[in-house]
Write a protein that binds this ligand. Sequence first.
Ligand code: GDP
Length: 388
Amino acid sequence: MRVFFIGFGQAGGKIVDMFIGQDKRMQTQNFRGIAVNTARTDLMGLKNIELKDRLLIGQTVVKGHGVGTDNVTGARVTADEIDAIINAIDSRGTHDVDAFVIIAGLGGGTGSGGSPVLARHLKRIYREPVYAIGILPAPEEGRLYSYNAARSLSTLVNEADNTFIFDNSAWKNEGESVKDAYNRLNDEIVRRFGVLFRAGEVGKAGVGEMVVDSSEVINTLRGGGISTVGYAISEKVSPRTKQNQGLFSGLMRKKEKTEEVLTGEDKSAKIIALVRRAMLGRLTLPCDYSTAERGLVLLAGPPDEMDRKGVEKSKSWVEENIAGVEVRGGDYPVQSDYVAAVVVLATIGDAPRITDLLEIAKATKEDVIKSKEKRSTMFDDGIEPLFE
Ligand code: GDP
């Protein structure tokens, strides 16, 4: 599908920059993207997004220095300058776009506050769906980040057509700081969503065994709410033996035939195993996959490795394991030595990590109110001020 990415804030900008980089490396034109930020230095650090597609907002308020962790200011500045953002998107071209995807770290200020505002306006203006990829902060980043993320996400789920969650804390390694992990985590995000958002595009490697087009991605995400994505990659695929046309061709034919039959079954089995690994492995938001309303199974790899039966069986397996009965799927060939499986578990009903985040946010809000009350009563001890 053709996706228009908007990277909001530091995290969002970096990740969109990587999607554009992937598109350049693969010499495809599936992705288009801009970066929006209140901090000039963050925008300067990008590599692949063209300079004219990097938009600095809020200059009169924060003078290019960013809004810090103040997501209320992030939201306000975005609302004030929404016309400039929409103009930047329009001037990049939207006529052939299948979906908009806003990417942001939800714990900070600019992306956290700006994303829901932008989602609302994009939905008003365009007919195409508006999705978000929201990154959750690790608890070690502090309660303010969790509070910001809870507020942003609660707003975003009502504005975007569907919100994919990536949980930083679930993906960083033991003992590793979140900051040290950024590059690796971003790579994980771009790999998964790269496969998903390329669905339905015909590349150099031809069309799939079981073609999946962008409307299937869109229908999977129609239920709204939050979604999670699983991913697995195969071992390096060994090149298949070429038809022997030489001296031994007559002798070899029978053996080759039996091998082909075996390879056929083997291919399905490999695909099913890969899809299982994708769904049962670490999800972008670890959660109870059995509460998902819809599913999408996508396979991408060398044409020789694609297998209709394997996809069909994998779909049935996913369907048996989720709450809903709608599971879509298909494959598309890419020139690669590996097969990748992506499983989208859409509209998740229960995610303990989100429940925890909302709890932390509630407790933080109460503490903030209490400390404000304390502050306001501290000088209520009868001493008269110099003047009123
Ligand atoms: P903003 O610029 O004000 O929107 O805020 P940031 O994007 O800097 O940070 C918001 C959240 O995103 C925090 O929880 C950060 O830990 C997280 N974050 C920042 N940069 C990255 C990144 O490159 N990758 C990932 N995965 N998370 C990031």
